[in-house]
Design a binder for this molecule. Sequence first.
Ligand SMILES: CC(C)(COP(=O)(O)OP(=O)(O)OC[C@H]1O[C@@H](n2cnc3c(N)ncnc32)[C@H](O)[C@@H]1OP(=O)(O)O)[C@@H](O)C(=O)NCCC(=O)NCCS
Length: 187
Amino acid sequence: MLSHKIDQNTELKLLERHHAEAVFRLVDANRDHLRPWMFWVDDTKTVSDSETFIQKALEGFARGTEIHLGIWVDGEMAGIVGAHTIDPIKSYAEIGYWLGKGFQGRGIMTRAVRALIDDLLGERGLNRVEIRCAASNRRSQAVAERLGFRREGRLKKATPVRGGFEDLLIFGMLAEEWRSGKKDMGR
Ligand SMILES: CC(C)(COP(=O)(O)OP(=O)(O)OC[C@H]1O[C@@H](n2cnc3c(N)ncnc32)[C@H](O)[C@@H]1OP(=O)(O)O)[C@@H](O)C(=O)NCCC(=O)NCCS
């Protein structure tokens, strides 16, 4: 088990096959909450779909092109944070995340994303990370803004939301900015 504590109650653990049941239960209990933003929700119909996701995630982890971490709060699965794209040639990663509805509003995701970025821009030595989110997804944008990301662009009608397409906002952070932000803001 690979794990990293981010505070007294909260732990990040590399997703493994035996977490599939917990992942599926959380998705199943939060379909209405997740559906507007996570395109895969309705394709997650059984525990075996969550197993397949984890299997692919682990293959990506072994290749060094993905990392997906379960977020555990007081021993209960609360959500997932990860980089679904890690590109060693371009030296960048794209981060994605979600929480069960009842775990929102406590700063859990901001701390989880901060720990992941420390790994991506520190330990793994990447040059840049991105967070991309729908223009109407204020909570997701707030995570990026709280961590000091710069809004760099807007792609027109580039992401599916509620049966239509919405503009996609791109937030970026460079390794040098992250390092100096850590010094200046105690991040
Ligand atoms: C996006 C998502 C993860 C954000 O969750 P969140 O709870 O708003 O984010 P955090 O866990 O960082 O918590 C921040 C909230 O906790 C509060 N908070 C409390 N203690 C805090 C702390 N120590 N540090 C930071 N924030 C803290 C903040 O004020 C903020 O509250 P508010 O938004 O109610 O004002 C969540 O809304 C979600 O899963 N949405 C559905 C899936 C999704 O949209 N994923 C992203 C796709 S791009």
